[in-house]
Design a protein around this ligand. Structure first.
Ligand SMILES: Cc1ncc(COP(=O)(O)O)c(C=O)c1O
Length: 346
């Protein structure tokens, strides 16, 4: 079976981890510092703070921006439940927006944006959320880049905002787990750093151990060195699939192109029955695929809100299917996926 997703770990990556093991210092240390400095370079300045997961990064970014009781945080309903967890743990209240049918990113015209204090805008599967249209005056925005590392990033130009990343096992670059908060101004990253540095402090306030280890950072740093190649390979695979799609199937917009990165290649079928038939067709041919977000996972369903208020997300959950686009695929495997897509008749 061709895996839908698989970490692509090279011998250089393994050697990088081995060097840390041999160094005698495996906790947070020089590799984490190097990762943070590398992100500041990649994103054209600012300050970065590496943490234990993308969820921790979201939680800490929210805390650093002041979120707490009485704050409303707008999030897209078509997203990972990590967003809800982070908002709740920060003591704030989530308000949910529907998404756009072409990019799957937050609908900038959604009414909940009007009185949200903070918006978490997700670059869903590598397509960039329209931050300019999303932001209302006086609002803070967290750009969730868990799916868009390696895209031509447009760093937030507003002081006090933040971008967050994940290095979970299925992500574009992985440390098994891991996350990072980046901000243009130093105050946000400093607040995150303060919370993460839970021990040996002169004055006490509640903090938490949300640190990344040097083992994880070394694995991440090693992959970061080939980020451009990873992006190019994914673009090439996605472009090849796009050209092979039979009439009746379309793909998510704006994951391929000069500003994006295809974290996923998501096909849209005309309805649930065709989507399920495509999944079966791929499986019969030995090609793994995944429904990116099932209906029951939609955030408005977790919050018992009416499905009728989120028609686009409801439809996406029914008609979408994600194909393998990871860099561990061989050319033969890609050809096989292409042949299998071509032989599907919706
Ligand atoms: C858009 C998005 N944000 C945040 C997260 C949380 O990241 P992590 O799994 O590293 O906690 C995920 C997880 O998959 C995600 O998809």
């Amino acid at each position: 079976m061709i895996a839908h997703n698989r970490p692509h770990i090279t011998k250089e990556d393994r050697a990088a981890v081995d060097r840390v093991l041999q160094s005698g210092w495996i906790a947070q240390g020089v590799e984490v510092n190097a990762l943070e400095a590398g992100f500041a370079d990649l994103l054209g300045g600012g300050d970065a703070c590496a943490v234990s997961s993308g969820t921790a990064a979201l939680f800490l970014a929210l805390k650093a921006l002041g979120a707490g009781e009485g704050w409303k945080v707008a999030v897209p309903t078509y997203a990972c439940s990590a967003l809800l967890n982070a908002v709740h743990h920060a003591g704030a209240s989530p308000v949910l927006a529907d998404v756009m049918s072409d990019t799957f990113c937050m609908d900038p015209s959604h009414r909940v944006l009007e009185d949200a204090d903070i918006v978490i805008a997700v670059n869903t599967y590598g397509a960039q959320a329209d931050l300019r249209a999303i932001r209302r005056t006086g609002q803070k925005v967290i750009e969730d880049c868990c799916h868009s590392l390696g895209a031509v990033h447009r760093p937030q130009d507003e002081e006090g905002d933040a971008a967050i990343f994940s290095f979970y096992a299925t992500k574009l670059i992985t440390g098994g787990q891991g996350g990072l908060v980046w901000a243009r101004g130093t105050a946000t990253a400093e607040a995150v750093r303060d919370y993460r540095q839970f021990d040996c402090r002169e004055s006490y306030q509640p903090r938490f151990n949300l640190q990344m280890t040097d083992l994880q950072a070394a694995l991440i740093n090693s992959q970061m060195r080939r980020l451009k190649n990873i992006r190019q390979r994914r673009q090439d695979i996605a472009q090849t699939y796009l050209s092979a799609l039979p009439d009746g199937l379309t793909a998510q917009s704006r994951t391929i192109g000069s500003e994006s990165i295809p974290y996923r290649f998501v096909v849209c079928a005309p309805g649930r029955a065709v989507r399920d038939a495509l999944k079966q067709h791929l499986s019969d041919a030995g090609v793994g695929s995944a429904v990116p977000i099932e209906r029951y996972e939609l955030l408005h369903r977790y919050l018992n809100l009416s499905p009728q208020d989120f028609p686009v997300a409801e439809r996406l959950a029914d008609v979408t299917l994600s194909l393998p686009v990871h860099t561990g695929l061989t050319d033969e495997e890609i050809d096989h996926v292409v042949h299998t897509i071509r032989s599907f008749h919706p």
